[in-house]
Design a protein around this ligand. Structure first.
Ligand code: SAM
Length: 283
């Protein structure tokens, strides 16, 4: 039979025992449904011997599921009460796997060191920091090869969007620097306590090489920020501040083989890399 996972009654009992009131600012919505956990773990498509980085383990719903599928789990939690309770929860529910868990009390936006290099990111992310967390972790930990994250459904669509899509934007292009992102499902509100007001979406990613370019990631990201800051303008207009003048913006675009009257939402990450490369050196 499948190993037991935390259900609604377990989550309520743990929350009462710890006297916690889930906070919105930390995006604390806990999964209370074992089937959802099994779905997330299956969608992560973990291979042999993976070290999973879980951001925001909370009361441990997903952590227990991950301990069945991964070799190790490194759980990064910002809330000291939740981080403090997690080892005991795992000893209680999966005593034989307790040694496979590391709990790190830290902010996932700032964490620079982990006890083991993570190979996959699997997380039900705090919604208000989901995109920066994914981008920062991909930048910080090159050992991360794949991942499956649960985020707000509209953010999932944005992360997975390609050029020309209505929801294609800064998160889509920056994420594409690191990885191929694909939507992997929608999750309703009633599998959480407390229930959020909007649906959640799953996004799976696989790392790929960034586009070949002499420009740095920071330089490429600066072009992306400038292009989407004025989404409705032509690239020549939107990039004039970045380049120094409309004429210099036009020059960089032409060098990159891009129509200066096009808009940023039609360009892929490789095109942004070419624009960054075509920037005239500033005096
Ligand atoms: N994984 C649990 C689950 O699925 O039931 C909880 C997920 S809940 C959506 C998000 C979790 O992330 C909470 O436990 C919250 O305390 C934690 N969190 C919020 N901001 C964080 C941050 N910057 N770094 C690490 N953890 C954070």
């Amino acid at each position: 039979p499948p190993a037991p996972l935390l259900g609604a009654a377990d989550i309520r009992r743990l929350a009462a025992e710890l006297d916690i009131r889930p906070t919105k600012t930390l995006g604390q919505n806990f999964v209370i449904d074992g089937n959802t956990i099994r779905r997330i773990v299956a969608a992560a498509q973990l291979g042999e011997g993976e070290t999973v980085l879980e951001v925001g383990p909370g009361l441990g719903s997903l952590t227990l599921g991950l301990l069945d599928a991964a070799e190790r789990v490194v759980a990064v939690e910002i809330d000291p009460v939740l981080a403090g309770r997690l080892p005991a929860t795992v000893r209680q529910w999966r005593p034989e796997r307790a040694d496979a868990l590391d709990v790190v009390l830290a902010d996932a936006l700032r964490v620079t060191e982990l006890p083991h290099p993570p190979t996959a990111l699997v997380a039900n992310l705090p919604y208000n920091v989901a995109v920066p967390v994914v981008l920062n972790l991909l930048a910080r930990f090159p050992s991360l090869r794949s991942g499956l994250v649960m985020v707000q459904d509209e953010v999932a669509d944005r992360l997975a969007a390609g050029p020309g899509s209505k929801v294609y934007g800064v998160p889509s292009v920056k994420a594409a620097w690191y990885a191929r992102m694909a939507k992997a499902g929608v999750i309703g509100m009633n599998v959480f306590w407390p229930a959020p007001k909007i649906a959640s979406g799953l996004v799976r990613f696989t790392r790929h090489d960034p586009p070949a370019t002499t420009a740095s990631r920071e330089e490429v990201f600066a072009v992306i920020d400038a292009a989407f800051a004025q989404r409705r303008k032509t690239l020549r207009a939107a990039l004039s501040g970045w380049a120094g003048s409309p004429a210099l913006a036009e020059q960089a675009l032409v060098r990159a083989g891009i129509d200066p009257t096009a808009r940023g939402e039609v360009l892929d990450i490789a095109a942004y890399a070419r624009i960054a490369e075509g920037k005239a050196p500033t005096a």
